[in-house]
Design a protein around this ligand. Structure first.
Ligand SMILES: [Zn+2]
Length: 582
């Protein structure tokens, strides 16, 4: 079955399906007002049905656990189908056949990129096997404890010295060395040259085991940068791939745990030392997508951090990523390696028994969370109050469930205060609460604009909204681009396109204060004028908040200074003291 279902077909399936009868066939619904209600199938909502299905908007929403989505999303969650599987069920119900044509433009383009990558992978692989040219790298791998078997399994390779070895190889095979492959660059004199030169090559496979890109490590330690990745292409997005995941799943499709390490060499070392459960992000911090992907395959994810300052900082970030995602039945653990060690060096020095021991003793998320809060505050009443405040704001985004309740109870005991009272688990407090990042990112005006566009998608074409195309703003800019590229977009299609912002979109679409289509254009013009006028102030506000949280980078610091200088005459006292501190 093709993974590339044309988008217009998905749109048709969503339009023709009726979510009310679909959900009703699994979970009996009762009509109340204009919506249909049931006991939530995704959470324990007691005797009060919290799960609603809207006929008009064609989506479901639980007021307790905030589960939400369209017909495809319902099948994915309720029937544990993947996206294609869910579309298949809906199509079958409608008596439609999913188009299997290969004429899809993306499909052809992607296939071509995969062909380029395969050719390059084989070329690099053969280089590593060459008796003379590959010898020192084979020796290097052996020294680092990477077995020949693992080197073969991961299809490691070598790009030789020289500017255009791969270009010449492609030419000899009568394959055009296209820049779109991201394997080549074009010099000022229009000559093509290889991206990877004189590097150990790690082919990066997608979850479907296709080569999507490459990582390359320098051979001489003084060369820079030490690691280099293929630039992003149509098939390669750094933030979505996990090195080693296909290999982990090849050994065991449902591993009991997966270890997240930092680099390519750490993954290879783990596999070589009989620990085939390691994956690595591609030189970036672990994100939400990574963790969600891993939880589709395992119930326990262990983050492994190097025993240095950078490792400790990365662990704080991982904690924040994990809290909203972890739920009952899923576990996140934190493992800190001894000083100055990474997994590869530890395995090499201590052999294969030490790391599994550390894995067994890794800290649970709850312990690490408590520890990281308590180490910052003393045991005075003031300290406890500050710690409680920090705790509440950290666990706020956590999904409802036993784990959250237990966590709150435990911390309450430690602080001698009932945090259940002030925690956001009470449904009435939650119903209108919105994730904090949204409050940060969306101003009132932007929210009104979003509401207006969601209800009247055709208005997205208004020239006044070009402002958002030029200024990349959270959610609204990509939404406008999406709506401009399509016609007749229904609300379920919008949720389909922006799964991460589903809850915000549903909240906005539920709002009753609507702007009529006739008033819409006028409103858009006024709103954008207003935003443009206040642009400087908004940015100033944002940067000030970031400064207080200690999150400013050096570029933003300069920006903040500039903004303050530009209104120097009108600075408030606080701003003046901030200005002096910068
Ligand atoms: Zn629910």
């Amino acid at each position: 079955m093709s993974d590339f279902i044309p988008e217009d077909f998905i749109q048709k399936v969503l339009e023709d399906s009726d979510i009310v009868s679909l959900v009703d066939s699994y979970v009996p619904l009762k009509r109340k007002g204009k919506d249909h209600w049931a006991q939530c199938p995704f959470c324990d909502d007691g005797s009060n049905p919290s799960f609603s299905v809207s006929d008009q908007k064609q989506f479901y929403y639980c007021f307790k656990c905030r589960a939400s989505g369209n017909a495809i999303g319902f099948l994915m969650n309720y029937q544990s189908k993947d996206f294609v599987g869910a579309v298949e069920i809906l199509a079958k119900n409608l008596g439609l056949e999913i188009p299997r044509t290969k004429s899809n433009y993306d499909r052809e383009k992607f296939d071509e990129l995969f062909r380029f990558n395969d050719e390059a992978k084989n070329f690099y692989k053969n280089n590593l096997l060459k008796p003379k040219e590959g010898e020192h790298i084979r020796y290097y791998l052996k020294e680092r404890g990477i077995s020949e078997e693992i080197s073969r399994e991961f299809e490691l390779g070598l790009s030789l010295e020289g500017w255009d070895n791969l270009v010449k190889h492609f030419e000899s095979k009568k394959i055009e060395a296209k820049e779109s492959s991201k394997l080549f660059k074009i010099a000022k004199n229009e000559r093509k040259y290889d991206v990877f030169r004189n590097r150990l090559i790690f082919p990066i496979a997608s979850r479907r085991n296709k080569i999507v890109g490459f990582g390359g490590r320098v051979l001489e330690d003084e060369d820079q940068p030490k690691y280099l990745n293929t630039p992003e292409s149509g098939v390669f997005k750094k933030s979505r791939e996990l090195y080693g995941l296909p290999n982990v799943l090849e050994r065991n499709s449902r591993p009991s745990q997966i270890l997240v390490v930092e680099g390519y060499m750490d993954v290879l070392a783990c596999f070589s030392f009989d620990l085939p459960i390691a994956v690595a992000t591609l030189g970036i911090a672990t994100n939400k997508f990574h963790l969600e992907t891993l939880f589709q395959k395992t119930d326990e994810v262990i983050f492994c951090f190097d025993g240095d300052e950078a490792g400790r900082n990365a662990s704080k970030l991982a904690l924040e990523i994990a809290i909203p995602i972890v739920k009952d039945g899923k576990r996140v653990k934190f493992l800190f390696l001894p000083d100055d060690h990474d997994p590869a060096s530890l395995l090499l020095e201590k052999g294969k028994d030490e790391l599994p021991k550390l894995i067994k003793d890794a800290k649970n998320l709850s312990d690490y969370l408590f520890e990281s809060i308590l180490e910052k505050h003393d045991s005075s009443l003031e300290g406890k109050a500050a710690a409680s405040k920090e705790f509440v704001s950290l666990v706020k985004p956590m999904q409802e469930g036993n784990f959250k309740n237990i966590l709150i109870n435990e911390f309450s005991k430690k602080m001698d205060v009932d945090l259940n009272e002030i925690s956001p688990t009470k449904p009435e407090a939650k119903k209108h609460s919105q994730p904090e990042d949204m409050q940060m990112d969306l101003s009132k005006v932007t929210k009104s604009l979003l509401k207006c566009i969601i209800h009247n998608p055709d208005l997205a074409k208004s020239e006044n909204l070009d402002y958002f195309i030029d200024n990349n703003e959270f959610l609204i800019s990509p939404l406008i681009s999406f709506l401009r590229a399509k016609s007749d977009v229904s609300f379920p299609m919008i949720i389909q396109e922006f799964p991460d912002q589903k809850n915000i979109l549903i909240d906005l679409s539920n709002d009753q204060n609507l702007i009529s289509p006739d008033e819409g254009l006028k409103f858009i013009k006024q709103a954008v004028d207003y935003i443009e006028r206040n642009q400087g102030d908004n940015l100033l506000q944002k940067l000030k908040i970031k400064y207080e949280k200690n999150e400013l980078d050096s570029k933003e610091k300069i920006e903040l200074k500039k903004l303050l200088t530009s209104k120097f005459e009108q600075l408030t006292e606080d701003e003046l003291s901030l200005f002096k501190k910068l």
